[in-house]
Design a protein. Structure first.
Length: 370
């Protein structure tokens, strides 16, 4: 896709790009970053945002957006080019390097759909380091309505079932202690839960599963509680309200663990309205302050999926990490499409740092192409 975009762009007259580039201002390189040739649209963007909706195919670059909180999403509107309140008309939700779409899974109501062009998915790290805002602008600008894929290829952020999400597969399974879930219990309370140990005996049968949970009372999450489940070859029901293994009866249990090595699955008590929402990398299980604030609770052990990878290890994601051994994020200049009703916007993240070099201030370049 990258080469086709570039070849399309190269067919345009130079004067066309001169008119586009006349508004691009170069900013200094900050610190030791190799992210050079920073650009910023002088009009109509800025701290105050847009005074009008951008024209069709007009490339606009936002100011650096303060998404530096580890635990709070902020909300961006294509129409204003700025951050807006959660109750306003927003399109993207941002938190550091994470980009999410306005969808029920993220507490939104617009059901924005997305598509990843993955144009730089196969770019080498050296190529990513060489990308600049100026060198990637022509390819970005060349993308037009004719290249928008079929509506059926667009997806939104959503919760998907992942009964093995509590473990890491590949070789002997190990506990996925970095992942936790906010969970609505059968008795109406809320908690957070994760698995920290899974062990097997010499016969490769599941020997034990260790769960940690924090029960919410009122608005306060309690201390960490530990429970070791010894399944003995049978599916075990667990009450997170009492932090115990129970004989399942009606709504006295919240989750069940199937120790079959072909399963190792955690399921929830759907008959009693138990549901889960995946916690984030930050705040951590120990630092999270509420389990009752998830936008929705799925009737299974859930994972949040969408067209924009929220991982610095996925080459289709907006950023790559530590390419120069300086623990910095580098924009990959991958292009994404967002379908908002009948309108389609293209966008890419072109920086991760503020004008003074502070991390967690992504800059978005975007244009409406339909």
């Amino acid at each position: 896709m990258r080469s086709s975009l570039l070849s399309t762009a190269s067919a345009r007259p130079r004067a066309f790009y001169a008119r586009r580039l006349v508004r691009v201002a170069l900013a200094p390189v900050f610190g030791l970053s190799l992210l050079t040739a920073c650009e910023g649209e002088t009009d109509p963007t800025g701290v105050g945002g847009l005074t009008r909706e951008p024209a069709l195919n007009e490339v606009v670059t936002s100011a650096p957006l303060n998404a530096s909180s580890n635990d709070t999403l902020v909300y961006f509107s294509f129409n204003t080019g700025t951050l807006v309140s959660r109750t306003a008309d927003w399109d993207l939700a941002l938190r550091r390097y994470e980009v999410r779409l306005n969808s029920p899974a993220n507490g939104g109501t617009k059901n924005v759909l997305g598509f990843s062009l993955a144009n730089n998915q196969n770019a080498t790290n050296a190529e990513v380091l060489a990308f600049t805002r100026t060198s990637t602008l022509a390819a970005f600008d060349a993308l037009r309505d004719a290249q928008v894929p079929a509506d059926s290829l667009f997806t939104t952020d959503r919760l998907a079932e992942n009964p093995q999400g509590h473990i890491v597969l590949g070789g002997v399974p190990v506990a996925n202690a970095a992942q936790f879930w906010k969970i609505r219990l059968a008795n109406g309370q809320f908690a957070v839960v994760r698995s920290t140990v899974i062990a097997f005996n010499q016969a490769r049968a599941t020997d034990s599963l260790v769960l940690e949970s924090r029960l919410q009372t009122g608005t306060t999450l309690g201390a960490v509680r530990r429970l070791m489940v010894a399944p003995g070859g049978a599916t075990r029901a667990i009450s997170l309200a009492t932090n115990s293994v129970v004989t399942p009866s009606g709504c006295n249990w919240d989750i069940q663990f199937n120790p079959d090595p072909r399963q190792l699955a955690i399921t929830v008590n759907t008959a009693c309205n138990v549901g889960t929402f995946p916690g984030t990398a930050s705040p951590t299980f120990a630092a999270v302050t509420s389990a009752s604030d998830a936008p929705q609770y799925a009737a299974y052990l859930s994972q949040l999926v969408g067209p924009i990878p929220n991982s610095i290890l996925d080459t289709k994601a907006p950023f790559r990490y530590d390419l120069t051994n300086q623990q910095r994020l580098h924009p990959a200049f991958n292009i994404y499409l967002a379908k908002v009703g009948t309108r389609v916007w293209k966008f890419q993240l072109v920086d991760y740092y503020s004008n003074t070099g502070v991390a967690g201030y992504p800059t978005i370049r975007y244009a409406r192409i339909r």
